[in-house]
Ligand binder design. Structure first.
Ligand code: IVH
Length: 670
């Protein structure tokens, strides 16, 4: 393929992929299979790698993220990003209507929309291209989070149809509940503390430095306000619908109410309907927004210092009940993390009976000033996890006992520790604390790790209790005779179990690595590590710099890996697993080259066609090694713009070959 053909093909594929992306994510009406989509994307990726000069900043391949933003630059909003005044009753809405009608002579028309519980975003498009996305900040200026926003697939990178030349669209970025729950499940697996609610997590995610992580989390966005294009329609409702034609995901749940037809009744019906139905939505809302539709009327109504007079929010009351705190108990996780749990007098909340609520940690208990027997307020945090939000102090008895956090593990009585800067208490008795011992084995045999047939949590408990196993390596010393001696274990089950254990020896290395239960090493990280280090010995001896040079491995994970392999007992466990014949290295994959085998690279500066992470991935998939800093052992420095002068000097002093971006590409394609 020559250059011109490549350029045309890249353009064609980009356009097609954008179209299919929109069909899939915005319209939920795909025309092609996921597989075909992935193949098309791969084709584009390959072409862009070969002809980086044609890879656009807005290419569909950029959806996976990769750009790192060290500090988000501050941007002044062209139109102030105001908030809404809140209302909580029909009376308040009627008062708002009366005030509006004093200022506007003609009939008013209202639009009701859902009030999405997320983070506000303003996105600027010029000539149909996404150029900048800014958070609300203090309303006057916000942070430039463009590279993170580009990973959200329902936000178009390139518009279609008859869009305005230069305008801003605003909306709400939110965490779909399904993705939020999946993220928390993953965190549980990795032994990390779970996130408390989708909104704060969406906000935190949007401000992460690594856009690749943002891409993986699966945020979504509804766009509900257009600025700088009001000449395109008479009213908000019409313009937002037009924006759908330009490729935006706009609120589907909205309705218009015309003044003469008893509009406040209509508004209230909309509110009451959604107050009930919100439980069924796949995302969280915290109310309804009522807007005057007509732009001329909006202009007459204008703004107060904080909010527009042409709109008002109706906030749903969080479902809240009062009940008695009977007891606080403590759970011990597989990593030894201690979670306090409030045991409540059973109470109905949002259609379910609530008996327990998580209290997160000691600080939380102290902040609430909990006493045993207190009458506490319980809310369904984001409709998912019930939480205690306060105490009815009037109902407290003088003699009630303060809830004090335990000092010793409830399972093994070992004194607890709390590391500096962390909120969670831990039981350090990894080898002797039953839930930790069992939890580690259960993790090892779980579906995504060794997936051992015929072995479940109950059998693990029984095996540990009778002393047949103390750790996961002991599983491989089990025999039919030993297992069948367990109570209620039939011959057939015992056979199955032994066969399942035997079969697990063929499970690929990355899953064994995941099964080891190293803190912060989840499924994805295990895959990355397996790919980068190829076998357990290389991983075990990797130093900190080598670890963090791997894509997506940060300080925290690197330290945790090192801590794991520093422990003699872990080294021994790993050595035993190896001896029993488990897979401790990856099978070589085809398709990647080894042209950089034996060479180590330092990538520094900013590049035109790649993000730093993309360059590093290319080096790795071609057999090279990425290192963090320049030393006499470095083979090449790939130098982009803005590479520090002292680094350059050091490379020169050591006589290391410095490659420009173009030279690197040449070497890669050679
Ligand atoms: S219109 C001048 N429409 O709620 C502000 N806002 O509490 C016009 N929000 O800052 C905002 N859903 O972040 C509007 N359908 C919706 C909304 C919505 C959620 C957020 C928005 C705003 C906040 C105010």
């Amino acid at each position: 393929m020559n250059k011109n053909e490549a350029k045309a093909e890249i353009e064609r594929l980009s356009k097609e992929l954008n179209r299919h992306n929109h069909l899939y994510y915005v319209e939920s009406n795909p025309e092609i299979s996921d597989y075909d989509f992935d193949m098309m994307l791969k084709q584009l990726q390959e072409l862009e790698e070969k002809f980086p000069e044609f890879a656009s900043d807005l290419s569909p391949t950029k959806r996976v993220g990769g750009d790192i933003t060290k500090k988000f630059e501050s941007v002044v909003h062209k139109y102030a990003m105001l908030s809404l005044s809140n209302s909580y009753s029909k009376d308040e809405i009627e008062e708002w209507v009366v005030r509006a009608k004093k200022l506007v002579e003609d009939d008013l028309e209202y639009v009701c929309e859902l009030k999405y519980d997320g983070v506000a975003i303003g996105i600027q498009y010029v000539d149909g291209k996404l150029v900048q996305a800014v958070t609300r900040g203090d309303g006057t200026q916000g942070e430039n989070v463009t590279s993170n926003v580009k990973t959200i697939r329902t936000i178009p990178l390139q518009l279609t149809g008859d869009y305005p030349q230069d305008f801003e669209i605003r909306g709400e970025i939110f965490f779909p509940l399904k993705n939020f729950l999946a993220l928390n499940e993953k965190r549980r697996e990795e032994g990390e503390q779970e996130f408390a609610n989708p909104r704060n997590t969406a906000s935190g995610t949007l401000k992460m430095q690594d856009s690749k992580v943002v891409a993986e989390r699966g945020l979504d966005c509804y766009l509900y306000g257009i600025y700088g294009a009001s000449n395109r329609a008479d009213g908000h409702f019409e313009l937002v619908n037009k924006a759908a034609d330009w490729g935006f995901k706009v609120p589907p749940h909205k309705e218009r109410f015309i003044e003469k037809t008893n509009s406040v009744e209509g508004v209230m019906e909309f509110i009451n309907y959604w107050d009930e139905k919100r439980k069924e939505l796949p995302f969280e809302i915290d109310g309804v927004v009522i807007k005057v539709n007509n732009y001329d009327q909006q202009e007459i109504l204008g703004f107060t210092a904080k909010s527009p007079r042409w709109a008002i929010a109706y906030k749903f009351k969080a479902e809240r009940v009062e009940t008695i705190l009977e007891e606080v108990t403590y759970q011990v996780g597989r990593t030894g993390a201690i979670t306090p749990v409030a045991n409540l007098q059973p109470v109905q909340l949002g259609g379910t009976t609530v008996k327990r609520a998580s209290l997160h940690n000691q600080d939380q208990i102290e902040k609430l000033d909990l006493h045993l027997g207190d009458s506490v307020y319980v809310e369904k945090g984001g409709e998912i996890i019930p939480k205690i939000v306060g105490v009815n102090f009037d109902a407290r008895t003088q003699t009630s006992e303060v809830v004090t956090f335990i000092n010793e593990c409830p399972e093994c009585n070992t004194p607890l520790i709390r590391r500096e800067g962390e909120a969670q208490h831990y039981c350090p008795n990894e080898l002797g604390c039953p839930p930790q011992v069992k939890g580690k084995i259960e993790h090892f045999i779980s579906r995504k790790a060794m997936n051992i047939d015929g072995l479940g949590a109950e059998t693990v408990d029984a095996l540990v209790e009778v002393g047949l196993i103390e750790n996961y390596a002991d599983l491989y010393t089990l025999t039919f005779e030993k297992v069948v001696s367990l109570e209620r274990m039939a011959d057939k089950s015992a056979n199955n179990l032994i066969a399942g254990i035997e079969a697990s020896k063929a499970i690929p290395f990355e899953r064994v690595l995941f099964g080891l239960g190293i803190r912060f090493v989840g499924e994805t990280v295990a895959k990355k590590l397996a790919k980068a280090f190829k076998n357990i010995d290389e991983l075990a001896k990797a130093d900190f710099d080598t670890l963090i040079a791997v894509d997506e491995i940060g300080d925290k994970i690197a330290m945790s890996i090192q801590a794991f392999f520093w422990e003699d007992r872990n080294k021994e466990l790993v050595a035993r697993l190896k001896e029993y014949g488990l897979q401790m290295e990856i099978e070589e994959q085809e398709g990647t080259s080894n042209k950089f085998e034996g060479s180590s690279f330092v990538v520094s500066g900013v590049f035109e066609n790649f993000s730093r992470n993309e360059l590093k991935a290319l080096i790795e998939s071609n057999g090279g090694k990425n290192v963090g800093s320049i030393s006499s052992k470095t083979s090449y420095v790939v130098a982009g713009d803005k590479m520090g002068p002292s680094k350059l000097q050091k490379a020169n002093d050591l006589g290391i070959r410095i490659l420009s971006e173009a030279e690197f590409i040449e070497m890669l394609n050679a």
